[in-house]
Design a protein around this ligand. Structure first.
Ligand SMILES: Nc1ncnc2c1ncn2[C@@H]1O[C@H](COP(=O)(O)OP(=O)(O)OP(=O)(O)O)[C@@H](O)[C@H]1O
Ligand SMILES: [Mg+2]
Length: 239
């Protein structure tokens, strides 16, 4: 029955979807909403927070009398810790979804690590990170949430759990755009209300979320050479 549904929709089962983007772009908010929407549509999905431990290390640094995590372990040390912790988190998330058969909704994925390395000026570590992260399959769909860095800054300040500089947010936005994977991302304008952004995301998953309205004009933009506008994209080409 389930199989015939998928065949009728002409879609493969959705195994994993990732949300990436700068801090404050709304990844966590949207990943939770998407997991709920998929589950409600009969496609059991689990949210996975693929954190790199930066916030936790920042709190530890404060406790130890340092202004931030970087002053505690150094820039390269922080990138190494973040790369390892995020790798472990993603591995655990993928294993979990393999065992449970549930769809993984990934709050951050490998591309976030490459962007972080670039935006922190640690380019020489990117090759090494890519060797480690290459073992992970590309999610069927990767949404890049794009937001004005000034809006991301305001959201983070309102959230009140951490602080990010405008300089960092702008550098991160540039890093995402410069990634070689950029053409395979579904770029979603994340500047609207959470509801508007959710609609834009879901409009690209119509095969798995039937009944949702089609993508509004200008609502979401697949990058040139990327996936089509209507419905889910094929698996990203990556070894
Ligand atoms: N579309 C939106 N409009 C206004 N506020 C939003 C929107 N989406 C999320 N927020 C709020 O902005 C803050 C940042 O959102 P969220 O934590 O989802 O971003 P994030 O991309 O996961 O950030 P980080 O990378 O720092 O974890 C939260 O307080 C959230 O409630
Ligand atoms: Mg988050």
């Amino acid at each position: 029955m389930a199989r015939s549904l998928w065949v009728r929709r002409g879609r493969a089962r959705l195994r994993a979807v990732a949300l990436i983007g700068i801090d404050g772009s709304g990844k966590t908010t949207q990943a939770h909403r998407l997991a709920e929407a998929l589950t409600a549509a009969g496609q059991p999905a689990t949210y996975h927070r693929n954190a790199g431990g930066r916030r936790w290390l920042g709190r530890l640094a404060h406790r130890l009398g340092r202004p931030d995590a970087q002053r505690l372990v150094g820039r390269d040390g922080l990138l190494a810790v973040e790369s390892v912790l995020r790798w472990l988190a993603i591995a655990l998330a993928l294993l979990t979804c393999l065992v449970t058969g549930r769809t993984a909704v990934m709050d951050r994925y490998a591309a976030c690590q490459y962007a972080s390395i670039r935006a922190h000026g640690g380019q020489r570590w990117e090759r090494l990170a890519r060797v480690g992260y290459r073992v992970f399959p590309a999610p069927q769909v990767t949404f890049l949430l794009t937001v004005d860095p000034a809006e991301a800054y305001r959201r983070i300040e309102r959230r009140g759990t951490d602080h990010e500089s405008m300089r960092w947010l702008t550098a991160a936005a540039t890093a995402y755009r410069a990634l070689p994977e950029y053409g395979s991302f579904i770029v979603v304008d994340a500047n609207g209300t959470p509801e508007e952004v959710s609609r834009r995301i879901r409009a690209h998953l119509t095969g798995w979320l039937p009944g949702d309205p089609p993508v509004p004009p200008g609502g979401a933009r697949p990058p040139s050479g990327g996936a089509g506008r209507d419905g889910p994209v094929p698996a990203q080409a990556r070894p």
